[in-house]
Design a protein around this ligand. Structure first.
Ligand SMILES: [Zn+2]
Ligand SMILES: [Zn+2]
Length: 313
């Protein structure tokens, strides 16, 4: 039976949850995914933020992709930026790496004192060096003037050149898997094996049945998706329409094919994210799932910015 004090506690937590659902997790699960940015593509808009995801295990944040807005979205999700330990970049399209250096910088600006390891396809080590050239003046001024630690020693990048395990911590094993995203071939899906279940992030990818093998039996598959009927509306809005349409169809996965991958992989939960187009108000959640359901009968979640999914599912 609940006493008055319990009722008060419940009341307070319910009110807090209503006021700030992303921040006020009264019972924090050990493992959770936060969808930070769900809109595919580099254009910045008023709606959903550009691509970024977060896996939290025992309060350790693993950031997957750094589309524009990732730092703000982490703050909005209640994650202290200096607590980040690992950053993974799936590929070097700007909607996945534009805020990579700046996310690290923002961690440093907020008091980072422990190293962050970053992983990505070939180019992330060079991009890191170039970032320090770009920001040499500011960084060296602040080290001297404000007594901050040298950030260049705190960011440790690693180019991934082949499929396989890229990180093993006490809690989490991360495996990279190359998947085609024409014209890009240096592009990696990531599998996170946690104490509470396995999560696979597809990266941007053309329809790739091999990805279903990589994701076989995963608890959660977060897969990009393309909604064909809206592509024509999207390309009509852009000057480079014909070329853009060709790129979209060759390099992304239609919702119907996403269903095929999820079914073949027998995942428990399919999360749709990296929506292309990601800002067409005419596309409803039902539109996103209708063709997926032709092939996949499991649970489907249409991700929204700052939505959280606790594991185990
Ligand atoms: Zn993308
Ligand atoms: Zn891409």
């Amino acid at each position: 039976m609940l006493d008055r004090r319990d009722m008060l506690k419940l009341g307070v937590s319910a009110a807090a949850a209503l006021a700030a659902p992303a921040r006020a997790q009264t019972i924090k699960p050990r493992t959770r995914i936060v969808f930070l940015g769900t809109k595919g593509g580099p254009r910045v808009g008023n709606g959903a933020s550009n691509p970024a995801n977060l896996v939290m295990v025992n309060d350790t944040p693993f950031v997957i992709d750094c589309g524009m807005g990732v730092s703000r979205q982490l703050v909005a999700a209640g994650v202290p930026i200096p607590s980040i330990k690992y950053i993974f970049i799936s590929h070097h399209h700007s909607d996945h790496n534009l805020e990579y250096g700046n996310l690290f910088y923002n961690a440093w600006a907020a008091g980072l004192s422990t190293p962050i390891q970053s992983f990505g396809p070939v180019g992330i080590e060079a991009m890191t060096r170039t970032y320090w050239e770009l920001n040499k003046f500011d960084v060296e001024t602040r080290i001297e003037d404000e007594g901050r630690p040298d950030p260049r020693k705190l960011l440790v990048p690693k180019d991934i050149t082949a499929d396989g395990v890229v990180l093993q911590t006490a809690d989490v094993k991360v495996t990279a898997f190359r998947t085609p995203h024409p014209p890009i071939t240096d592009n990696f899906a990531y599998k996170f094996e946690t104490p509470d279940g396995t999560v696979v992030f597809s990266s941007d990818t053309a329809y790739n049945p091999k990805l279903a093998e990589f994701a076989k039996g995963a608890d959660v598959l977060v897969h990009e998706c393309l909604y064909l009927p809206a592509v024509d509306r999207l390309v009509a809005k852009t000057k480079n329409g014909a070329t853009l349409k060709k790129h979209l169809l060759e390099s992304h996965t239609t919702t119907e094919d996403v269903g095929r991958i999820a079914a073949a992989a027998r995942v428990k939960v399919l999360v749709l994210s990296h929506f292309v187009p990601g800002d067409d108000p005419l596309v409803t959640d039902d539109n996103w799932t209708e063709d997926v359901k032709k092939n996949f009968s499991g649970r489907i979640i249409v991700a929204k910015d700052l939505m959280q999914l606790a594991l185990p599912v």
